[in-house]
Design a binder for this molecule. Structure first.
Ligand code: SF4
Length: 331
């Protein structure tokens, strides 16, 4: 088994809620609330859940764009939370990000060459000045773009091509980890497949590890080795891709998967669909006990009183982690 290169333990990100004339803190939004997560070299960890569940905040914590309010973060064997600014900047080379929206994440007034060269300007010791243009052209070629288009502007590219520009910028510093935050959500389905295939190719060529954040479970299955399902700031189920998709034991995962269209409507979707009622509760005031109990069709009295622990539970074939008092495979 390959080495763990990123490890978050009991990670928390709480934002203060301010109110009144003197902007007093009256509460906390628990965007990420006690997450244990590991990423191994060369693997893809899919992070799924409805919008607002905390997955993008977790992604930003993992690449040190935001500092957690609690917990530990180890990157490449180093305690990322104890580093000074210079050491942190050096460490950030190894963990880069690709953002969701290729339309807003690229500065429209800068050429593609400038955009992809940006990491080299921040980390000046990576490539000599005279080499940057050649290196940018290599990167454009690597992501399937014409290196001769280096002087074009973002609006001269399609959505899929713009996301390739974002990926070229993401891999410029030869990182070990790429946090992909909804990288294909804004793209057409046919273009999504091309971008996912590009990411898989780059992973093979460069040995990258991905945290792949998305709400589309079909896309996540296509690319992930392991999958973590988030609900209201916590991971509620985690395991190998096959265990999560074929033998989910948490009712929330089962509901999400039942809504994924399949070619065989009898297997999932169609009449087997579990419809979740109600909105996701506010992370400023999460429900007691199991946070999912206000929407769970299997909830019992115990669920609102005791919080279930995320731990290995039987899934019919082996064990994988689930945070439910009544975890079971339900066909
Ligand atoms: Fe549903 Fe109870 Fe399991 Fe929570 S612990 S997911 S409320 S059955």
């Amino acid at each position: 088994m390959s080495q763990v290169i990123l490890r978050g333990s009991a990670l928390e990100k709480h934002y203060p809620v301010k109110a009144g004339l003197f902007r007093r803190t009256v509460g906390q939004v628990r965007a990420v609330d006690g997450v244990d997560i590991e990423l191994r070299a060369g693997e893809t960890l899919g992070l799924v859940g409805e919008s607002g569940c905390g997955k993008s905040t977790l992604g930003r914590l993992l690449m040190c764009l935001e500092r957690p309010t609690g917990g530990q973060l180890e990157i490449l064997g180093r305690n990322a939370l104890s580093l000074d600014g210079r050491s942190l900047r050096r460490l950030r080379r190894d963990v880069q990000i690709v953002f969701q929206d290729p339309y807003t994440s690229l500065n429209p007034r800068r050429t593609v060459g400038d955009i992809v060269a940006e990491p080299f300007r921040i980390h000046r010791d990576v490539a000599p000045r005279g080499d940057i243009r050649r290196r940018v052209q290599e990167l454009l070629d690597q992501v399937g773009l014409n290196p001769e288009h280096i002087n074009r502007f973002p609006h001269q590219f399609s959505g899929g091509q713009r996301q390739r520009i974002g990926i070229a910028r993401g891999i410029a510093l030869n990182p070990k980890v790429l946090i992909c935050d909804e990288p294909v959500s804004a793209l057409d389905v046919s273009v999504q497949a091309q971008v996912v295939n590009l990411l898989r190719q780059l992973q093979r060529d460069l040995g990258l590890a991905y945290v792949f954040i998305a709400h589309d479970l079909a896309v996540v299955r296509h690319i992930s080795d392991r999958v973590a399902v988030m609900y209201l700031g916590k991971i509620v189920e985690q395991g190998d891709e096959a265990a999560i998709y074929d033998r989910p034991t948490h009712p929330y995962t089962q509901a999400l998967l039942s809504a994924v269209p399949t070619p065989d409507p009898k297997s999932r979707g169609g009449e087997g669909q579990i419809v979740l009622t109600g909105d996701v509760p506010s992370p400023a005031d999460p429900p007691s006990g199991c946070r999912f109990h206000t929407r769970c069709w299997l909830a019992q009295e115990r669920c609102s009183q005791a919080e279930p622990v995320l731990e290995a539970r039987p899934d019919g074939v082996g064990l994988h982690a689930s945070a439910c008092h009544f975890a079971a495979v339900r066909v």
